[in-house]
Design a protein around this ligand. Structure first.
Ligand code: AP5
Ligand code: MG
Ligand code: ZN
Length: 219
């Protein structure tokens, strides 16, 4: 299955991704995580992406699309993929759907996580992220068992540079200006399930599981 996880910054895409990839046995392709990995390894792409990420703006479409289509062409993604944080502009959506159709594939399911804006700021400002595996935590609602240490991989758990308040505001504005329009674009072309992302992590997880089960049993 090819699944897209769509939603504003802080909606819970990364949080839900772990269970989805385990369930579907497909790779998790999160463009933000890929950029952060490049940044850590100090590659040219990492340096370029940082300029945009620090301002809460989007990395240019041609850069992101080349990265994603290369990734989709790798053998481990041939049976399916979970895309998280892509597409984020209508133009990225067009390029993705073209690529799938040229390769005899399609988007089987779009999961849209819908969360009230006031909750997003609280989630992002309290978020902590594992530097090694990218797992998300929250200082109040879901801290790691040992402060600063990732439960999954033992990596260092820190605040993401772009989770500081002024950058969070700018990311939410960028979402409204450039990304919100991707949902109606996708709705006209792919099966979309809208989920109430304001509920607890477990309850959103149950909605996600039900949507996947239904899509898998669809003719
Ligand atoms: P990216 O890393 O994709 O960031 P984002 O879209 O802003 O999304 P987040 O990762 O912030 O949120 P999330 O939905 O994953 O939430 P999470 O599960 O962590 O992108 C970063 C940057 O890279 C962009 O700004 C851009 O510059 C660039 N970029 C990336 N993709 C691009 C693209 N396609 N085109 C151009 N540029 C691109 O959860 C958040 C917090 O909430 C956590 O603390 C978590 O514990 C908590 N939480 C989650 N679910 C719940 C719940 N149900 N109840 C309570 N708390 C919850
Ligand atoms: Mg994320
Ligand atoms: Zn980790």
């Amino acid at each position: 299955m090819n699944v897209l996880l769509f939603g504003p910054p802080g909606a819970g895409k990364g949080t839900q991704a772990e269970a989805i990839v385990a369930r579907l046995d497909v790779p998790h392709v999160a463009t933000g995580d890929i950029f952060r990995r490049h940044l850590k390894e100090q590659t040219e792409l990492g340096r370029l992406a940082k300029g945009y990420m620090d301002k809460g703006e989007l990395v240019p479409d041609q850069v992101v699309c080349a990265l994603v289509t290369d990734r989709l062409a790798q053998p481990d993604a041939s049976k399916g993929v979970l895309l998280d944080g892509f597409p984020r502009t209508v133009s990225q959506g067009e390029i993705l759907l073209d690529w799938f159709s040229k390769h005899g594939r399609a988007v089987d399911l779009v999961l849209s996580l819908e969360v009230a804006p006031e909750l997003l700021v609280a989630r992002l400002s309290g978020r902590r992220t594992c530097r090694s595996c990218g797992r998300s935590y929250h200082v109040e609602t879901s801290p790691p068992r040992v402060e600063g240490v990732c439960d999954s991989c033992g990596g260092e758990v820190v605040q993401r540079d772009d989770d500081r308040e002024e950058t969070v505001r700018s990311r939410l504005e960028t979402y409204l200006r450039e990304t919100a329009a991707v949902l109606p674009f996708l709705s006209e072309r792919c099966p979309v399930v809208r989920l109430d992302g304001s509920q607890s992590i477990a309850s959103v997880g149950a909605q996600v599981a039900a949507a996947i089960e239904q899509a898998q049993s669809a003719p």
